[in-house]
Design a protein around this ligand. Sequence first.
Ligand SMILES: CC(C)(COP(=O)(O)OP(=O)(O)OC[C@H]1O[C@@H](n2cnc3c(N)ncnc32)[C@H](O)[C@@H]1OP(=O)(O)O)[C@@H](O)C(=O)NCCC(=O)NCCSC(=O)CC(=O)CCCCCCCCCCCCC(=O)O
Ligand SMILES: NC(=O)C1=CN([C@@H]2O[C@H](COP(=O)(O)OP(=O)(O)OC[C@H]3O[C@@H](n4cnc5c(N)ncnc54)[C@H](O)[C@@H]3O)[C@@H](O)[C@H]2O)C=CC1
Length: 719
Amino acid sequence: MAQYSRVSGSVGLITLQNPPVNALSAAVRQGIVDTVKRALGDPEVKAVVIRGQNGVFCGGADIKEFGTNMSGPHLVPMIHAIEAANKPVVAAIEGIALGGGLELALGCHYRVAHSKARLGLPEVTLGLLPAAGGTQRLPRLIGVPAALDLITKGRHITAAEALQLGVVDQVTGHGTVDAAVKFALSVAGKPLDARRISTYPCPRTSDLDALFEGVMQKVRQSARGAIAPIACVQAVRAAATLPYLQGMEREKELMATLFTSGQARALQYSFFAQRAVGRWSTPSGARWDTSKPRPVHIAAVIGLGTMGRGIAVALAQAGLSVIAVETQEKQLMEAKQAVSGMLERGAKRRGVAPALDKVSYSHDIKAVADADLVIEAVFEDMALKRTVFRQLSAVCKPGTVLCTNTSGLDVEHLASQTRNPQLVVGMHFFAPAHVMKLLEVVYGPQSSPQAVATAMQLGKKMGKVSVAVGNCRGFVGNRMLKPYLEQAFFLLEEGATPELVDRALEEFGFPMGVFKMSDLSGLDVGWRVRKADGLAEPVGASGQPARIRQGQRYSPLGDLLCEQGRFGQKTGRGWYQYDKSGGQVASSDPWLHSFLEGYRAMHGLVARRIDLQEVLERCLYALINEGFRILEDGIVAGPEDIDIIYVFGYGWPRHRGGPMFYASMVGLERVLERLEHHHKAHPDVPHLQPCSLLRRLVSSGSPPVHRWREVLKKLNSQL
Ligand SMILES: CC(C)(COP(=O)(O)OP(=O)(O)OC[C@H]1O[C@@H](n2cnc3c(N)ncnc32)[C@H](O)[C@@H]1OP(=O)(O)O)[C@@H](O)C(=O)NCCC(=O)NCCSC(=O)CC(=O)CCCCCCCCCCCCC(=O)O
Ligand SMILES: NC(=O)C1=CN([C@@H]2O[C@H](COP(=O)(O)OP(=O)(O)OC[C@H]3O[C@@H](n4cnc5c(N)ncnc54)[C@H](O)[C@@H]3O)[C@@H](O)[C@H]2O)C=CC1
């Protein structure tokens, strides 16, 4: 809806009303058309101001309407009518002007913004482009390079930057609507021809072809297969090379392709999934809206290695006081230097003062006595972690929430070492912890709603996308990673190379393939875990056949590389070779290829031709199958949790929605049929055996992913 009133005698004030972000639903669009007509037809009205209710201008098109039978007036003619008006129309921008909201403002003759407002054309993040004239008006207003930057990245800008770029005409720190009304009165009666952006020529840019070629190359590289950023460049190119109306035709044509694409569906699913995980709940009845978090002012971190340092930085940057603990003086000093450096670099990037005084350092665990919450990040060693939790339980004040950053050890077992197991949860950060957005908050059967809510709230304060997950080996992300890695190893045994496997996964859209990723994170990490699990014994020592462990097919390839001291980038050799220890540019390693040949010969394996499709099916469907098991076990509340974990923590291409969304797009019957096929070929690999939930979903008609929660509930109640 849009409300109309008259203010200051001669200004027609139009207020968009569609909480919470005044999205341009059919009713709002109709409201705008009607009220603009009324204002323009009223002889007493000399100028018009458009604002949004509750201090929010407009969040753009109503995304919930996409994919439905969109009725109501179209945005393009609506905005065109505003621009063509013979009375000045001023946009009063408070809060946000995003997507269609900014396009509406660009159709107005003037824009007045509050200093705290954010503006942008984020359509590309939803798999779309700004198709209400945004790709044609913005370059005409601010020039091609700046418009390309905003439109292809979907970046939000501040009012100050908008003023500098010329997107807005005035910025105010006080009442935006009053300022806009005053502005409107000051321009009433003045000629408007020079204020209609669509009539502007696109500012000249030298060597346009080279500019677009360069941008297109960069965009293709970073898009990892996403089509919307490329269409955005094409649309801006139309603005730079064609008259406005022809440019609009091109914008429409490109949008038509994007609008119905699977990528747009995936990205819009991801938008809502990210919000859905914020409405978390646990089987014991803890919920986002009823469980009250404890206030956390002082946090402590135990163990200042790779993870602890990043966690301390993220906590300090979120404004908390941090007590950082390391047992050894030397490590403590090194950590202090590293944390200070990270804080300084981060502050420089953000143009703020570094929060150095927020962090205090100690080698005595008793220093954490006053902390409201402690995050343990010592070595992945259960015996050590047990000791630390017993100590924490003894020294912390009553009510302190105790968290572990373990990658997959039993949180419940750690809780049982303390006096208050209900106050123990996992806070599983991802490396580097001050950069990566994902946080898995792991609850055990005894974790109290308050402890879960406290960790979730803290994650939010730290700017993380937090997902509540149940306690199981590897939680969600790492549990699903296991069958994925396992398939990659098996594929090498059967004839593939690391280059082939990585190529398939990178072409799918991962930033790096599984072998490059292993080299980056260190092959020794998994080796240590496999040793602790009794899997990575030296070949032959177990008395079992080398490729069978604990009754299942096992590939010792990773262990054999580690025995050679090949730990990946850190040692300059792994699945690839690097120019030096710590080098980052991977190149194919002839040693590795002859090693693989020798290994196959030793085990009587005959290399066969493996294609990219098989690599994808084996690796991704095994991972997805584990996702179904996780859903079946009730470790997460719904498929959105898994998808968000994979998109934000594991580089799953966002334009493919996440593994469970992807499975739904591929078709559950197809995933089931291919898993059955691969399991038949490899009956000794349990991870390829289709999970019973997948079978049950297929039997119930393969519902789309947004209906799985409901179907899951129904299926579970029938058991
Ligand atoms: C706005 C935010 C920055 C707010 O953030 P925050 O305060 O953190 O709150 P949130 O929790 O994110 O949001 C609160 C609540 O609001 C919901 N919401 C937010 N934005 C929208 C929206 N735009 N639409 C609907 N709902 C929205 C959100 O989901 C939350 O609710 P909940 O899920 O219930 O919890 C932040 O929310 C944000 O960033 N929002 C997105 C802003 C954005 O991306 N805007 C751009 C939208 S796309 C757009 O505007 C496109 C266009 O304008 C083009 C118009 C053309 C369309 C015409 C189509 C014609 C196609 C032709 C093809 C024909 C094909 C054929 O031939 O058939
Ligand atoms: N490295 C990674 O990518 C990730 C690791 N994790 C988990 O985070 C934890 C830490 O891992 P990293 O930081 O990689 O290990 P790390 O080896 O880099 O650091 C561990 C630190 O703990 C310190 N430490 C050991 N005992 C201590 C004690 N009793 N008191 C105080 N400090 C002590 C060590 O001196 C060392 O600095 C592990 O549980 C790991 O599984 C979780 C996510 C990602």
